[in-house]
Design a protein around this ligand. Structure first.
Ligand code: NDP
Length: 283
C-alpha cells in the first residue's frame, strides 16, 4: 500500500554515518526517519574483526552495527526497512520514493549511502563474477578451502581479505601494482609474516582465465608494470579489493560532484549552521 510520510530529517543509509546522524538528529529532537537500504548495517556487516573502533580492542563488524542500530532506536530515531530508489531535490519538501511504495517527504536529507566495491572492469572479471571472482572474502572465502587464491589491491581491505582467506586457502597471492602497500603498518606486518601469503609486487591483472563447463577460475594473467612480462598465477578464487566508489546514483544529476563521484560540499561551518538554523525554524 502506498503511503506518504513526512519527516524533518530523512537519513538515507544505515552504515556508521547513517546511525551517527540518527543519534545526533534524535538528540536534537528532530525526530528523524532513517531508511536502511538493501544492506542494513552497510559494509561492516560483511567484515570480521574491527580493531580500530575506539573503546573496543576488537569487535565483530556485524555486532557493532547491531549496537549502532539499537543506539539510534533508543535515542528515538525511526528506522525503516526500505530502499530509496528515487530522490527529487528540485522542490521542497524533498521527495524520496521507497521500493515499498512509500513516499517520504523531508525538510532535510542526509545522504549516508556510503560506497560500493570497485571492480577492475575487465570482461573476463565480469564473466567469472560469482564463479570464482568476488569482492568479499568474508562472504565467499569458505568456498576455497585447501585451494589457491589471489587478492588484488594494496590497501587495508586487500590486506584484511588476504589475511582472512588464509583461514581457508592453501596459498594466498596478493598482487599489487606498486612496490609498497598503503595499508596500515600493523596490517602489513601481519601480512608479511604470514607463511601462506606471497606478494607479487609491481603487477596488474589483465585477464582472469578459467573454464566454461563448469564455469570457474583457473588463473589470473598478471603483467609487470615496467617490463610487461606476463606471469600466470594459478588460483581458484580471485578477490578484487581495489577500493570503493561512492553510491551517489540518487543525486548524480542534481548535485555537483567531484570527478570520483563524491558529493562536492562547501566548507563545513556554513552549511552546517545553515541547516541547523533552517531546521530550528521548523521546530
Ligand atoms: P584504498 O583506496 O585504501 O586502497 C585501494 C587499493 O587498490 C590501493 O592500494 C590501490 O593502489 C589499489 N588499486 C586501485 N585501483 C586499482 C586498479 N585499477 N588496479 C590495481 N590496483 C588498484 O581502499 P580500501 O578499500 O583498501 O580502503 C578504503 C578505506 O577504508 C581506507 O581508508 C582504509 O584505511 C579503510 N579501511 C579500514 C579498515 C580497517 O581499519 N580495519 C579495513 C578496510 C578498509 P595504489 O596504492 O597504487 O593506489
Amino acid at each position: 500500500m502506498s503511503a506518504t510520510r513526512h519527516t524533518r530529517v530523512l537519513i538515507i543509509g544505515s552504515g556508521p554515518a547513517g546511525y551517527t546522524a540518527a543519534v545526533y538528529a534524535s538528540r536534537a529532537m528532530l525526530e528523524p526517519i532513517l531508511v536502511q537500504g538493501i544492506q542494513p548495517g552497510g559494509q561492516l556487516t560483511i567484515t570480521t574483526d574491527v580493531e580500530n573502533w575506539p573503546g573496543d580492542a576488537s569487535v565483530m563488524g556485524p555486532d557493532l552495527m547491531v549496537r549502532m542500530e539499537n543506539h539510534a532506536r533508543e535515542m528515538g530515531a525511526e528506522i525503516i526497512s526500505d530502499h530509496i530508489s528515487d530522490l527529487d531535490l528540485s522542490q521542497r519538501p524533498f521527495r524520496a520514493s521507497g521500493d515499498t511504495g512509500t513516499t517520504y517527504t523531508a525538510d532535510a536529507v542526509i545522504l549516508a549511502t556510503g560506497a560500493q566495491a570497485r571492480w577492475l572492469g575487465l570482461p573476463s572479471e565480469e564473466h567469472f563474477k560469482g564463479f570464482g571472482v568476488s569482492a568479499c572474502a568474508t562472504c565467499d572465502g569458505f568456498f576455497y578451502r585447501g585451494q589457491e587464491v589471489v587478492v588484488i589491491g594494496g590497501g587495508n581491505t586487500a590486506v584484511e581479505e588476504a589475511l582472512f582467506l588464509t583461514n581457508f586457502a592453501s596459498k594466498v597471492t596478493l598482487i599489487h601494482r606498486r612496490d609498497s602497500l598503503r595499508a596500515e603498518k600493523i596490517m602489513q606486518d601481519r601480512l608479511f609474516k604470514h607463511p601462506k601469503i606471497e606478494v607479487l609486487w609491481n603487477h596488474e591483472v589483465d585477464e582472469v582465465i578459467g573454464t566454461d563447463a563448469p564455469r570457474g577460475v583457473e588463473a589470473v594473467k598478471a603483467r609487470h608494470v615496467e617490463t610487461g612480462a606476463i606471469t600466470e598465477v594459478p588460483c581458484k578464487g580471485f578477490f578484487v579489493a581495489i577500493g570503493h566508489a561512492p553510491a551517489s546514483e540518487l543525486i548524480k544529476d542534481q548535485l555537483k560532484l567531484h570527478s570520483g563521484g563524491y558529493v562536492w560540499v562547501e566548507p563545513m561551518a556554513r552549511p552546517a549552521r545553515r541547516l541547523v538554523a533552517f531546521l530550528r525554524r521548523e521546530v
